[in-house]
Design a protein around this ligand. Sequence first.
Ligand SMILES: [Zn+2]
Length: 407
Amino acid sequence: MRYIKFYNLKKTLVILSYLMEYCPFHPLRKRRNRVEFIIIFSFLSLFVLKACASSPVIRVKISSEKQRKVKISATGPYRIKGERIKNFLAAQELRATLKGIVMEDKILGKEVWIKPERDSSLIMVNGRRYRGDILIFQQNGSFLEIINQLPLEEYLYGVIRAEISSNWPAAAVRAQAIASRTYALNKRNDSLKKNNEENYDLFSTVKHQVYRGVEAEDDKAREAVDATKGKVITYQSEVATIFYHDCCGGHTASSESVWGKAFPYLKAKKENFCKGSPHYYWKFRIKRDNLEKIFKDNGFKIGKIYSIVPLTFDEGGRMQKLRINYSNGDILDLKGNDFRNLIGTDKLRSTLFKVKKENDYFIFTGRGRGHGVGMCQQGAKVMAERGFTTEEILKFYYPGTEIKKIY
Ligand SMILES: [Zn+2]
């Protein structure tokens, strides 16, 4: 009920107070006929049901970091800051200037709200269709921050295929829908705790959860979202803080070993499902000079690198700490995760690796892709192929949690 919008709540109270007048014990009871009572009661029930079934609204940042202009169009009539745009197919260019956001020669100010006029109209941002509204803010340094504001359920339509394939077995796609909904709702709740300090709740990139708007949707993705509407992963009746990743390489990681924050349902766990997946084994080679350059470019005063030596591992064999021995006997100790971020997460696909030096090259051989915390998407796919249900998949990766429908 906490997700019912305020005006819905106000309307509900007005109708409730009206209905109370029909209660036999109410001091102001009105004598009206039974038909009138039934009509009002049905209307109220429908209204409450509709309000309870409404999805929370989510704000997704869809702009890149240093964007100064954007092209807006739509699939139907729409409004830019209240002004009706009749020729909806022709793109309007909005630019950040010292005077604020400018469209042709009109100054629109520092905030612009773009709304479709009909439910069926979709706003297009640089040619890509989005459900809901678009908000544009001009930031310091004349950059544009572009936000897509829409119901959480419609946002999820555009997440599924950006994260996995919707052709996977339905149980795995639905598990992804529930995991993505839980993740997004958590970000929304974090924003509410911070009084919406930022203009958005989450990014549309791998930093949080990949989202590509309507272009990423298909029937199977929408079906998985609709079939799990309002369902989230909970722990002790609260929305759980969850993470997921592509492939665990045979052992998941605990949130504590990766980020230093422990959750009872995000523990390291042996897993035998993803072994045949395309990302199970990986290899990466880098020339010593290039490795040294990465360190120097990131502000490390480092000389010639002689060796990389593992110091500590977590229970699944992920490298927690490693030592770099370089010129004149100097050493640099780094966390495995920081080292992976420094080299690039696309190159060093996980921290579950071994490293050796061959001539002028460092050769990394590893398993899995991603941080390893929570659900392994490749493992979930195999579990679904073997007949596990959505709930069984989620409970395997998030032990001790419950799946609850909250709207
Ligand atoms: Zn796995």
